[in-house]
Design a protein around this ligand. Structure first.
Ligand code: PLP
Length: 282
């Protein structure tokens, strides 16, 4: 497994960052996670779009998109993994600890690459269980910031409860997303997912699913819905780069539909895999 550290590729264990990295001290950093299928990175340009947007929203000094892309491709090639997961993190830079920051800092650019650890087959076939949790995150969840403590606590709470993931619900009873995934419900044959606001991450897999539904003539509505609609849905699934399309069959110990993987979820998973593999060279 390899790491990339400001222009150099090395074994992960050899890569270290200075303790005054603002990403380390303030969570003043952003990240991306890209995966490959059969030797080709899936939706890389869309991930680069989001990375640039995250940096822009936090007013980081820019790193050229082409330089970032070149480094990603170099690390990917050097790894030799056909099915790789690349974690990319950029922090504002290194400086003596001070909440205020100066302009003209050099962002710290680090990556790790590993072979993707696929989710257990049984989870995909039988469906996952989730709990709902209060959304304690900040008001800019659209930025892919490294500040993930509420997500980590929610995920751990789900595991401690014998479940697989947690779903964030706002104080006003709006169902947002998973701890590292977006959420869709199926109701009367149509999909509903939270609209793109400051309260959810604009997922690349979410985007892929919207495109797939458009091509397949499956109706999707981007609108708000509450916990009653979540419990009452025919199907519920999560989307994410590693999650892909993951069925949720029980939420807060209540069955969703007949507590089995539904036909639309199954179809969308197949279509997503097909798209990911179609993007690869013969
Ligand atoms: N929502 C959150 C909070 C996430 O952390 C992630 C991915 O890490 C997603 C959604 C899914 O995004 P993507 O499909 O780009 O992996």
């Amino acid at each position: 497994d390899l790491a990339y550290l400001n222009g150099k590729i090395m074994p992960i264990g050899k890569a270290t960052v200075p303790i005054e990295d603002r990403g380390y001290q303030f969570g003043d950093g952003i990240y991306e996670f890209v995966a490959s299928y059969a030797g080709r990175l899936f939706m890389l340009e869309e991930h680069l779009d989001r990375l640039e947007r995250s940096m822009g929203e936090l007013t980081f000094d820019a790193i050229a998109r082409e330089d970032i892309k070149k480094a990603i491709l170099e690390l990917f090639e050097q790894s030799g993994y056909p099915r790789a997961g690349i974690y990319i993190q950029i922090s504002r830079g290194v400086a003596p600890r001070n909440h205020a920051f100066s302009r003209g800092m050099s962002p710290q650019f680090v990556m790790t690459i590993r072979a993707v650890k696929e989710l257990p087959k049984s989870l995909r076939e039988n469906g996952a269980r989730a709990i709902t949790v209060k959304d304690l995150r900040w008001g800019r969840c659209d930025i892919k910031s490294v500040q993930l403590v509420p997500n980590c606590l929610a995920k751990q709470k789900a595991l401690d409860a014998g479940c697989d993931d947690a779903i964030f619900v706002s104080d006003q009873n709006v169902v947002r997303e998973g701890t590292s995934s977006n959420l869709f419900i199926v109701s009367d044959g149509r999909l509903i997912t939270h609209p793109l606001t400051h309260n959810i991450l604009p997922g690349i897999t979410r985007l892929a699913i919207l495109g797939i539904c458009h091509s397949a003539g499956i109706e999707v509505q981007e609108s708000f819905f509450g916990i009653e609609e979540l419990y009452g849905a025919d199907e519920v699934f999560l989307t994410g780069t590693i999650t892909e399309v993951l069925p949720i069959v029980r939420i807060d110990d209540k069955p969703i539909g007949d507590a089995a993987v539904g036909p639309i979820t199954r179809r969308l998973y197949a279509l997503l895999r097909e798209k990911a593999l179609a993007d690869t060279p013969a």
